[in-house]
Design a protein around this ligand. Sequence first.
Ligand code: UGA
Length: 435
Amino acid sequence: MRIAMIGTGYVGLVTGACFSEFGVDVVCVDKDEEKIRRLKAGEIPIFEPGLDDLVANNVKAGRLSFTTDLAEGMKGCDAVFIAVGTPSRRGDGHADLSYVYAAAAEIADNMDRYTVVVTKSTVPVGTGREVERIIRQRRPDGDFDVCSNPEFLREGAAINDFMRPDRVVIGAGSDRSREVMRQLYRPLFLIETPIVFTELETSEMIKYAANTFLATKITFINEIADLCERVGADVHDVAKGIGLDGRIGRKFLHPGPGYGGSCFPKDTLALVKTAQDYGSPLRIIETVVDVNHRRKRAMAERIVAACGGSVDGKTVALLGLTFKPNTDDMRDSPSLDIVPELIRAGATVRGYDPEGMDEAAKLLPDIKYCQSAYEAMDGADAVAIVTEWNEFRALDINRIKTLLKAPVMIDLRNVYDPQEMRAAGFAYTCIGRGT
Ligand code: UGA
């Protein structure tokens, strides 16, 4: 089997590398010459655990290559995957599909045999049909089918999510395209991964329904956490107590500063817009979007409150700036709301993140960046944990006490035990575990 992967962003690169690991010949295509030059030189533009080795091994084995030339990439291909960006469109929140449609046109111009055109990017319902129309218009006699094959990869755990998924969803209208997709995913059939075959529209909807459901679950537990604080309950025990019910499930019930990243904020908004356009509003998701947005801003207030009601002239150490651990991705990270609020309130912010500081510096230039968690805390009035990187889970508590002016910790990810921290003399604030 041979495939072309258009787009070497997060999804394209991980998916391409993983398919090559399955034994498929993969050519990754991107217009960005600098990116392709770096990939050819063995440099991986994103931080994702295990990806550098996976890419290097498969390049060495001759199964994975990179090019800027789509015609070259598509030569002899069984399938071509569209994995380009679908950012929120400025102004109206809809997904911007211009890159997807441009890719469709170029595919039409370069097809040289029966080709399955697969949308991997997260695209609103109806996009696959539009891709089909664009290609058909340019190539009335073209021999192709369009499939939808959404990804369910979590940043930081993407390779494992690809290799051992809960399920694979394939929207395919013809037996011929289904067979090609079945061949590509053969190793997963062998480990009995459930494969859900549907029509195009259903597959596209599954992706949005999955992400918005997960965003709703997180938002639900976040609001329950706030109520737990008021009534003196412990949200971790509540999450466990409800999550053990198989109908609810234990995962994605960890409270925090609000969901961020490149997917949930964009996808919740896009589905809300689609639903409004179709006259079938999703009021729950509209509320989730609003609640999550307010939550991120409220986190700065929490820090201010923990600092005695004002941070004017004070220094706050922030540990973790990315939207979650094991990534350098800053997109829609809660830190992007928290930092400007703190600075507006008169604080000096010292920050440290294990992988995200280069990205963070572009978006948050006013932070004083430090080389370690301890350096960030040295002389600060308080420390806030914003992202739960492993290295923040086992900090030397006594050392923190000597570094901070006063032992004030705001733990927005609940990585420490409230009782232990209070017993150690900290003014400790967390989420939903007693104030
Ligand atoms: C998410 C989905 O989990 C993937 O299945 C999906 O493929 C991907 O979006 C996508 O559409 O591309 P990702 O954005 O990488 O993956 O990250 P998650 O691990 O899902 O976390 C998203 C946000 O929710 C983070 O800000 C995280 O801190 C937050 N979160 C997650 C919580 O606050 N609590 C939880 O219990 C879980």
